[in-house]
Design a protein around this ligand. Structure first.
Ligand SMILES: Nc1ncnc2c1ncn2[C@@H]1O[C@H](COP(=O)(O)OP(=O)(O)O)[C@@H](O)[C@H]1O
Ligand SMILES: O=C(OP(=O)(O)O)[C@H](O)COP(=O)(O)O
Length: 397
């Protein structure tokens, strides 16, 4: 699949809109714990600045659900970006309001403007045409460099592409790199091929799992993903994260895995805690025996041993989603152990997702992996064989 490339555009001294994925992990004080997604966008931003462009950057951060919420402001990203670019980054107070529009209009060549969180606008996730039009009115060229969100048909990712012809839109360097890498990986994975899937975005990833089954040989489940399966198996999961409306889907996935001969691993023990807190009372329990009101916040040591054994013969691994609440040291052990097994293996190791990349970086193993992708959900959907809605309009005819 060949994409329209930024290199083929005549960008010199033009105004360019770049959709980035600056959805970076932050602590409670808005300190960015892993700036990989910002650093990954620099090649495209610097390329545009070298062409003397006026650069308008836009991203979402978290899921503020169409409302302005200071907690999800991109201001910390603007500061970090300024440090990395070694130049001032102008921050708009809104997305397509008076402030953003006037700053975009006044933006000079060589200047960088960052719009506020796109998801402060309810139209963003609804792929609203009016919002796309307002965003597109800011610049003559559109670049998608937001691999991590290219599986979402959102206004700044999909809708906006309809407002530019092929001479005025393209993929950025990051998006191209990711698509090229996964293209190769998916066509000829060396087998056995395993997917390790965890984290907290249960609903999206459960859907991905069903399509992943025919592509992989082994699936390892951890993190908040596990409890929907464990509940469906009849276990008491206490107050662990669960998607009750997806219990049947979970059963379907387990049945299909059996039918297809895909080895499907679930945690056999977990670290359960009385509450979602670092200082909560916690203990190791079997997956069948999570006390009511307690919640599973990490995989347990028996699961770690089981997964290590079963990962031994694997030749290709795609990992998305932490095995536990890795941000709290007390529940980070499972994720850290898995990170070490994956890094130490001779397999091709691909890690995807903002938080998964963060945890691998925290244990200093990022250089040990074959490839760290900026997209978790996006890479799972690529692996399913889907063409991502943000990528389809950028495929060369
Ligand atoms: N058992 C669990 N219960 C609740 N949250 C969990 C659990 N395990 C992991 N998480 C959370 O999942 C989040 C990451 O999930 P996700 O966004 O799906 O991963 P990624 O960003 O790598 O795609 C982390 O904030 C982590 O604390
Ligand atoms: O962090 C992201 O996805 P990921 O956690 O699957 O890597 C992207 O920024 C997409 O965010 P979303 O899942 O809220 O649409």
């Amino acid at each position: 699949m060949e994409l329209l490339s930024i290199k083929e555009l005549d960008l010199a001294s033009k105004k360019v809109f770049i959709r980035c994925d600056f959805n970076v992990p932050m602590d409670e004080y808005s300190n960015i714990s892993d700036d990989r997604r910002i650093r990954s966008a620099l090649a495209t931003v610097n390329y545009c600045l070298d062409q003397d462009c006026a650069v308008i950057l836009a991203s979402h951060l978290g899921r503020p659900k169409g409302e302005v919420n200071e907690k999800y402001s991109l201001a910390p990203v603007a500061r970090r970006l300024g440090q990395l670019l070694k130049r001032n980054v102008i921050m708009a107070k809104d997305v397509v309001g008076d402030d953003a529009i006037s700053k975009a209009n006044e933006l000079k060549n060589g200047e960088v403007l960052l719009l506020e969180n796109l998801r402060f606008e309810p139209g963003e996730t609804n792929n609203d045409e009016e919002l796309s039009k307002k965003l597109a009115s800011m610049a003559e060229y559109y670049i998608n460099d937001a691999f991590g969100v290219s599986h979402r048909a959102h206004s700044s990712v999909e809708g906006i592409t309809k407002l530019y012809d092929n001479k005025h839109k393209a993929s950025g360097f990051l998006l191209s790199k990711e698509i090229k890498f996964f293209g190769k990986l998916i066509n000829q994975p060396v087998r056995p091929f395993a997917a390790i899937v965890g984290g907290s975005k249960v609903s999206g990833k459960l859907e991905a799992l069903i399509n992943l089954l025919p592509k992989v040989d082994k699936i390892f489940i951890g993190g908040g993903m596990a409890f929907t399966f464990l509940k469906q198996m009849g276990y008491d999961i206490g107050s662990s994260l669960v998607e009750d409306n997806l219990l049947e889907d979970a059963q379907h996935i387990m049945d299909e895995a059996k039918k297809l001969g895909v080895k499907f691993y679930l945690p056999i023990d977990v670290i359960a805690a009385e509450k979602f807190s670092e200082d909560a009372v916690s203990k190791i329990v079997t997956s069948q025996e999570i006390p009511s009101e307690w919640m599973g916040l990490d995989i347990g040591p028996a699961t770690v041993r089981l997964y290590r054994e079963a990962l031994n013969d694997v030749q290709t691994v795609l990992w998305n989603g932490p095995m536990g609440v890795y941000e709290m040291e007390k529940y980070a052990r499972g994720s850290n152990k898995i990170a070490h097994f994956v890094a130490d293996s001779y397999a091709t190791t691909v890690v995807g997702g903002g938080d998964t990349a963060d945890l691998v970086q925290r244990v200093g193993l990022d250089e040990e992996m074959t490839f760290i992708s900026t997209g978790g959900g996006a890479s799972l959907e690529l692996l399913e064989g889907k063409t991502l809605p943000g990528v389809a309009p950028l495929i060369k005819e």
